[in-house]
Design a protein around this ligand. Structure first.
Ligand code: MG
Length: 357
């Protein structure tokens, strides 16, 4: 039940009604602990009555809103199954996942013999099955009293004259019915519930800018009063430039100069947050999630320490990361080299990004 509920909620279900025998509500609460957006409804004496009880528990939802009916005994339902069903429902009165019949079918005869039955046009219906709530309730109301018990909801919709569309079925949507089914399900569980494969990619960036006459510098998106400024085409924020290059490095998308040519007057004096945000967008467009970033500023002056907290906060905002995943460090080069002589300032950055494999 939990696996089914989790998958349906992950797929975007706004509300989940668990139809369960009266007295068993605690079992549902135990199984669904920690999940939000669900409630229970008392089951009826038959499958058909239970389904209608679930539909009636959603009476405050629009009648034309899609509703999915699912057997909790099919625990391997995924967001992908739900998306395929909703797409199929768009042009029909109902949609079901179904598999073609692969085995040869036999009918036993009264004289003890067998006859082979054509499997052409035969499908194995699975769940979840998708409908519009009001339309399915009307179909149930129209079900003839003498027609016996419907075995699925699509059958009720068909009988009422509705058109039910087929969506791709999946062997993993099997219904766990017999004890041996559970043995098979346990063996399949790691496969069916494995998160999509991802890979962690790292990127690194380096940048340096020359000091010139001025009264402030921009570093990691923070303005710092200083007796010089940094010279560059944009705001010369070497911290953000190194970080932008590091992000581009995780997805092999060239460097900052490819995306924002220094020859283009459009980028003169621009806030380097624009560059960083562009690189973040490119990473996200590839399904990337930034894991952490670490920036090192290399200079004698200005002293960075007093500004580190503000820099972390600014980077956390720009990257939409918790501050614990954002590091800003500073070092000097012991008065050696161009940073030691205070001719300029340098920055290094390294980033880890989780990407679809
Ligand atoms: Mg630069």
């Amino acid at each position: 039940m939990r696996w089914s509920a989790q998958a349906l909620l992950d797929a975007g279900a706004r509300r989940l009604v668990v139809v369960i025998p009266v007295g068993d509500e605690d079992l549902a609460a135990e199984a669904l602990e920690g999940l939000n957006g669900w409630s229970t409804a008392p089951g009826g004496a038959t499958r058909a009555l239970s389904v209608q009880a679930g539909l009636n528990a959603l009476a405050d939802h629009p009648a034309d809103e899609p509703v999915l009916i699912h057997d909790a005994a099919r625990p391997f339902v995924t967001k992908g199954h739900v998306e395929a069903l909703l797409a199929a429902l768009a042009g029909a009165d109902g949609a079901i996942p179904a598999l073609p019949v692969a085995d040869t079918l036999k009918r036993d005869l009264e004289d003890g013999g067998l006859v082979t039955v054509s499997r052409e046009h035969l499908w194995r219906a699975q769940t979840p099955q998708a409908f519009r709530r009001g339309q399915l309730l009307s179909a149930y109301a129209a079900w003839p009293k003498d027609a016996g018990e419907p075995t699925d909801d699509a059958g009720v919709m068909e009988r009422a004259g509705g058109r039910v569309a087929l969506a791709p079925g999946d062997p993993l949507l099997m219904k766990l019915t017999y004890p041996e089914d559970f043995t098979m399900a346990e063996a399949l569980a790691p496969l069916a519930t494995a998160p999509a494969a991802r890979v962690t990619c790292v990127g690194q960036g380096f940048d340096a800018h020359r000091f010139g006459p001025g009264d402030a510098v921009w570093l990691c998106g923070v303005k710092i009063e200083h007796d010089k400024t940094l010279i560059g085409h944009s705001d010369a924020d070497a911290g953000l430039h190194a970080l932008t290059d590091a992000l581009l490095g995780t997805i092999g998308e060239g460097d900052i100069g490819d995306h924002f040519p220094p020859t283009d007057p459009k980028w003169r004096g621009v806030d380097s947050a624009v560059f960083l945000s562009h690189a973040v967008d490119l990473v996200r467009a590839k399904g990337g999630q930034i894991v952490n970033v670490d920036v090192t500023l290399i200079c004698e002056r200005p002293r960075i320490k007093a500004h580190r907290a503000a820099m972390r906060a600014r980077l956390a905002t720009l990257l939409d990361l918790p501050e614990v995943r954002v590091s800003v460090k500073a070092t000097t080069t012991e008065r050696m080299g161009f940073t030691g002589r205070e001719e300029g300032l340098a920055a290094q950055a390294i980033v880890a990004v989780s990407l679809p494999a």
